[in-house]
Design a protein around this ligand. Structure first.
Ligand code: ADP
Ligand code: TYD
Length: 210
């Protein structure tokens, strides 16, 4: 086992991942705990270029498998170049999305075979599994209210039925791995959620250290 701790945040867009990650980082900063933060897709120079291709509104004709492979390519680069070295150095690594997003968006959302995605996810992550994954769940009405309708990227522009499938996908994933996954009701005030998340993070830290 590597020395660090890998914590990932998942959920549909607008569910509050960025807000909660900022809260968590603030708490880590206050305690002088060394962490590294990455986002997917992206997080490396090559990954950020892949991100631009994936989110470009002009790429409306991108095929589902093309999309799947691009997310996976970005992830492999990030895992090998950044996440694994940071974990080996004993850091707390926080990821704004990781392979569960592929299962939810490309698997449940696009309908690509889930077993195939499982195998590809294992390749793209060198079978690395997060210590804890927080899935922020909000209603689709709340999502629309939070995001508004301006400047949405390619994935955000998808129809409401797509986001419904993705949301249901995340809930299904959470049920499959109850030890790792914490399904959080994201419709509540941000402060309440951040306290809940912090309590979980404290318990992972003590489990790993003992
Ligand atoms: P994500 O990173 O998952 O897309 P953000 O953290 O960027 O989500 O939040 C999307 C929007 O919703 C932002 O305008 C943010 O201020 C707002 N927001 C985040 N958390 C909450 C919350 N618990 N209650 C109400 N609004 C929130
Ligand atoms: P981003 O701006 O990071 O979204 P958010 O702020 O909601 O996290 O855009 C990433 C988009 O890519 C988002 O719509 C989810 C999607 N995505 C996938 O479809 N598959 C994946 O494997 C990942 C990591 C993201």
């Amino acid at each position: 086992m590597n020395k660090g701790i890998l914590i990932t945040f998942e959920g549909i867009d607008g569910s509050g991942k960025t807000t909660q990650i900022n809260e968590l980082i603030h708490r880590l900063d206050q305690r002088n705990i060394d962490y590294q933060l990455f986002r997917e897709p992206g997080g490396t120079r090559i990954g950020e270029k892949i991100r631009d291709i994936l989110l470009d509104k002009d790429h409306s004709n991108m095929l589902p498998i093309t999309e799947l492979l691009l997310y996976s390519a970005s992830r492999y680069q990030l895992t090998m170049r950044s996440i694994i070295p940071a974990l080996n150095a004993g850091k707390v690594v926080i990821c704004d999305r990781f392979y569960d997003s592929t299962t939810a968006y490309q698997g449940y959302g696009r309908g690509i075979d889930l077993e195939f995605i499982k195998r590809l996810n294992a390749v793209a992550t060198k079978s690395l599994i997060p210590d804890k994954t927080f899935i922020l769940d909000i209603s689709l009405e709340e999502r629309l209210q939070r995001l508004g309708k301006i400047n949405l990227d390619r994935l955000e522009q998808e129809a409401i039925t797509f986001h419904k499938k993705v949301r249901e996908g995340f809930i299904a994933i959470a049920r499959e791995e109850p030890e790792r996954m914490i399904l959080i009701d994201g419709n509540r005030p941000a402060e309440e959620i951040s306290k809940e998340i912090w309590n979980h993070v404290k318990s992972i830290r003590s489990e790993k250290i003992e």
